[in-house]
Design a binder for this molecule. Structure first.
Ligand SMILES: NC(=O)c1ccc[n+]([C@@H]2O[C@H](COP(=O)([O-])OP(=O)(O)OC[C@H]3O[C@@H](n4cnc5c(N)ncnc54)[C@H](OP(=O)(O)O)[C@@H]3O)[C@@H](O)[C@H]2O)c1
Length: 285
C-alpha cells in the first residue's frame, strides 16, 4: 500500500515518520508541496503519485488563535478539507481524514457516539465540524476518524508543556473539570495504518471514534506524566475558571469506540499504558 501523509511536519506527521513499516510505502508531504488551499497543486501531486491512500494530518489546530483567525481556520479545516476530499475522489485515492472530539459541546455524561449530533462551542471545533460534513458529502469512500487530546514526546503539546513548567516553576496547576482521553501520536499512527489497510480490504468508509481505553481529566493526565516521567514537582487541581481562555472547551468529550472495536481489529491499550509506551519510545536510540 502506498500512502501519502499530509501535514508531514506536524505532530502526527512526525509520529508517522517514526512508524517503521516494511509493508507500506509512506510518502511525506509538507505544506510547501501539498497545500490544502491549493487544489491545482493537490491534483497534480495525486495524479503523479500512484498512491492507494492518503492520511490527512494537515489542519489549522490552534484552538485559542482560531477565535480571532476564524477565516483562516475555516479556509483550511472546512474548505481545504473539502478540496482535498474532492481531489482524492477524482484520483481514486482512499482518504483518511482526521477530526476532533471538539465537534461536541460536552454536555453529555456518557461517551459520544459517531452519529451523536455535533454542536461545537469554539471556532476550531466549528471549522472541523464543517470539514467533516464537506469531506463526507464530497467523497463517499472517505474515512473520518475523530480523536481527542493528541500528544507526543516531540513538539508542542500538553506533555511537553507539563515537563517545561515543572522544570521552570517546580509546580503546576491543572484543570480537573474537563474529561476526555489522551492519545499518544506514536500508537495512533500505527493504528491508523491498520485501520486504513483493513478499510481498503473490507471497503469500509464513514465516521469512527478513536482513543485509548479509559478516561482522564487534564489533571489526571498531568499526574500520570509526573509518575511515568519521574518528575518531582507540585501538582494542584483547579477548575477551568482559574484559567480564562478565549475558546471554550467541552467539559466532557470522551469518544465511544464501540463502532471502531466492532469494525477493526486493533489491540487495546489503556491511556496509561500508551503514556508508558511514549516514555519508552523517547528513550529509544
Ligand atoms: N493535537 C491534538 O490534540 C488533536 C486533537 C484532536 C484532533 N486532532 C487532529 O489531528 C490532526 C493532526 O493534528 P496535529 O496535532 O498533528 O496538528 P499539528 O501539529 O498542528 O500539525 C498540523 C500540520 O498541518 C499543516 N498545515 C496547516 N495548514 C495547512 C495547509 N493549508 N495545507 C497543508 N498543511 C497545512 C501544518 O503545517 P505548518 O507546520 O507549516 O504550519 C502542520 O504541519 C488534525 O486534523 C487535528 O485537527 C488533533
Amino acid at each position: 500500500m502506498k500512502v501519502l501523509i499530509t501535514g508531514a511536519n506536524g505532530q502526527l506527521g512526525e509520529a508517522f515518520k517514526r512508524s517503521y513499516t516494511k509493508k507500506h510505502e509512506l510518502v511525506f508531504l509538507s505544506r510547501a508541496v501539498f497545500d490544502l488551499n491549493d487544489e491545482e497543486q493537490m491534483n497534480q501531486v495525486l495524479l503523479e503519485s500512484n498512491a492507494d491512500a492518503l492520511i490527512n494530518c494537515a489542519a489549522y489546530t490552534n484552538v485559542e488563535l482560531a477565535e480571532s483567525e476564524k477565516d483562516l481556520a475555516f479556509e483550511t479545516n472546512a474548505f481545504g478539507a473539502e478540496r482535498l476530499a474532492r481531489a482524492c475522489s477524482k484520483h481514486k485515492v482512499k482518504l483518511l481524514h482526521l477530526s476532533t472530539d471538539y465537534v461536541f459541546d460536552g454536555k453529555r455524561t456518557s461517551p459520544y457516539k459517531e452519529n451523536d449530533i455535533t454542536n461545537p462551542i469554539n471556532e476550531y471545533g466549528r471549522s472541523k465540524a464543517d470539514g467533516e460534513h464537506l469531506v463526507l458529502s464530497g467523497n463517499a469512500k472517505a474515512l473520518l476518524i475523530r480523536v481527542s487530546w493528541v500528544y507526543d514526546f516531540e513538539g508542542k503539546n500538553f506533555l511537553n508543556t507539563m515537563r517545561k513548567l515543572a522544570f521552570e516553576r517546580g509546580g503546576v496547576s491543572v484543570v480537573n473539570d474537563q474529561i476526555s482521553s489522551p492519545v499518544y501520536a506514536g500508537v495512533l499512527a500505527s493504528d491508523l495504518l491498520l485501520v486504513l489497510e483493513q478499510s481498503l480490504e473490507g471497503d469500509i468508509s464513514g465516521c469512527f471514534h478513536y482513543r485509548h481505553e479509559g478516561s482522564a481529566s487534564w489533571y489526571d493526565f498531568a499526574a500520570e506524566i509526573f509518575k511515568v516521567f519521574e518528575i518531582d514537582a507540585k501538582l494542584e487541581a483547579v477548575d477551568s475558571g482559574a484559567f480564562p481562555t478565549k475558546a471554550q472547551r467541552p467539559r466532557y468529550s470522551l469518544l465511544s469506540t464501540e463502532k471502531l472495536r466492532c469494525t477493526f481489529d486493533l489491540s487495546k491499550l489503556s491511556w496509561q499504558e500508551a503514556l508508558k509506551r511514549c516514555h519508552e519510545d523517547e528513550l529509544k536510540p
